[in-house]
Design a protein around this ligand. Structure first.
Ligand SMILES: Cc1ncc(COP(=O)(O)O)c(C=O)c1O
Length: 418
């Protein structure tokens, strides 16, 4: 595996032109920026600036009339994202919306989909779930008068194993049986990169009368998803990682159509969920939009939607099918290089394809924290998670095989020569 081989793989890459659509951080290192932090904050699409500027221009030119005037009036601006989100997660347009931020959406979904009773009250999560998700489920449990130590069940891997076996997950769902209200998983897991089969998990949850929800912070824009066909009940995701909408970008939500419409699920409501025809009549009665938009609370942040629009256009052009194909090639290539070049110092925590997306979590024999400064000086962007994990993601929209080759060479130089 040589640099020339990596460059040849790049020449054959059908998505190679998309790299030019992004702005890479300005670093002075000889290999240029080696940006592998797209699982944390995606790069800025060049058009994000133009699209935000268009709305600044509209604000200046039209003032309040910008809600109705200009190329992209603000009143329906979030609808510019709906088609792209539906293709992204495999859903009907009525099932997806861009709104709020991720943890807010998780709470809003649990208001509707975690409705515990005295006998059916447990929530199943994975043991190393993202802290915000844990705080959310614990606080929801307390909100309903329960004690999280008895309602929130954390599934762990078997002793001496790294990953939760899917068979154990399914067995746990079956054994919780009637007491299980909700299965809530991060797919992929933020720390290990492990992905579960959405369809099997959802079917197992439904079999015991529970619901299945997914946090797709590391799944949206990374995995191929068919949320509607897999019968997933709800999902939420952020857009600042794989979806490149910028820091604090607006989040997404999916609710399966079987839960939409006149059945009036309990939900927290605000004026942006009010029937659009009557919203500005300012009446006191809430009349829900018959889609997931009924869960909207407030008028959304237009500048954040504008940057997301720039990125979603690229996803639509590239398509998730082609992105995942390249993602698999890049990550498999990365994996092989790590196994051959860094074998004595680094092991890979992330499961093999297809139980992962693009991110690899690397466990270092010696704490990698001491190298983070040197890596940064060499133009490397990865992140460190206590005590011994570095997460690195070759993102198919903008990373190349050459980037991956140079990253592993840089790791090698830093580890073995320091
Ligand atoms: C899996 C997961 N859940 C929740 C969050 C929290 O996101 P937010 O701050 O957008 O609510 C993150 C952020 O990185 C995450 O990765």
């Amino acid at each position: 595996m040589t640099l020339a081989h990596a460059q040849e793989l790049d020449r054959q890459d059908p998505l190679k032109s998309f790299r030019q659509e992004f702005i890479f951080p300005d670093v002075s290192s000889k290999d240029g920026p080696l940006y592998f932090a797209g699982h944390s904050l995606g790069l800025m699409p060049k058009k994000a600036k133009d699209y935000i500027n268009e709305e600044l221009q509209a604000w200046g030119q039209y003032g309040v009339e910008g809600h109705f005037e200009g190329a992209h009036p603000w009143l329906p601006y979030h609808e510019n994202i709906t088609g792209s989100f539906s293709r992204l997660v495999g859903a009907k347009e009525s099932e997806v919306v861009a709104m709020n931020s991720l943890t807010v959406n998780l709470h809003l979904m649990m208001v509707s989909f975690y409705r515990p009773t005295k006998t059916k009250y447990k929530i199943l999560i994975e043991n190393n779930t993202f802290p915000s998700d844990k705080y959310a489920v614990d606080s929801q449990s307390r909100f309903h008068g329960f004690d999280p130590s008895t309602t929130v069940v954390e599934l762990k891997p078997r002793p001496n194993e790294i990953h939760i076996r899917e068979e154990d997950l399914i067995a746990q769902i079956e054994s919780l049986g009637d007491s299980l209200s909700l299965v809530l998983l991060g797919n992929c897991n933020y720390l290990s990169g492990q992905c579960f089969d959405f369809k099997n998990v959802t079917a197992a949850a439904h079999k015991v009368g529970a619901l299945a929800g997914f946090n797709l912070a590391h799944g949206a824009g990374n995995l191929r998803l068919e949320l509607h066909n897999w019968d997933v009940d709800f999902a939420v995701w952020c857009s600042y990682k794989y979806l490149n909408s910028g820091p604090g970008g607006i989040a997404g939500a999916f609710i399966h159509e079987k839960h939409l419409g006149p059945q009036n699920l309990p939900r927290f409501e605000g004026w942006w969920g009010q029937n659009k025809k009557n919203r500005f009549k300012m009446g006191p009665q809430f009349e829900a939009i018959p889609t997931v938009e009924a869960w909207q609370l407030s008028n959304p942040p237009i500048f954040q939607l504008a940057s997301l629009r720039a990125s979603m256009e690229l996803f639509d052009q590239a398509t998730m099918k082609t992105l995942r194909e390249k993602g698999d090639k890049l990550t498999n290539y990365f994996e092989k290089l790590v196994e051959t070049e860094l074998k004595s110092e680094v092991s890979i925590v992330t499961p093999e394809s297809p139980n992962r997306g693009s991110m690899l979590c690397l466990r270092f024999k010696n704490s990698p924290q001491k190298w983070t400064q040197t890596l940064r000086e060499r133009g490397v962007f990865v992140d460190f998670r206590e005590p011994d994990i570095i997460r690195a993601t070759p993102v198919p929209l903008y990373n190349s095989f050459e980037d991956v080759f140079k990253l592993v060479q840089t790791f090698k130089e830093v580890i073995y020569e320091s």
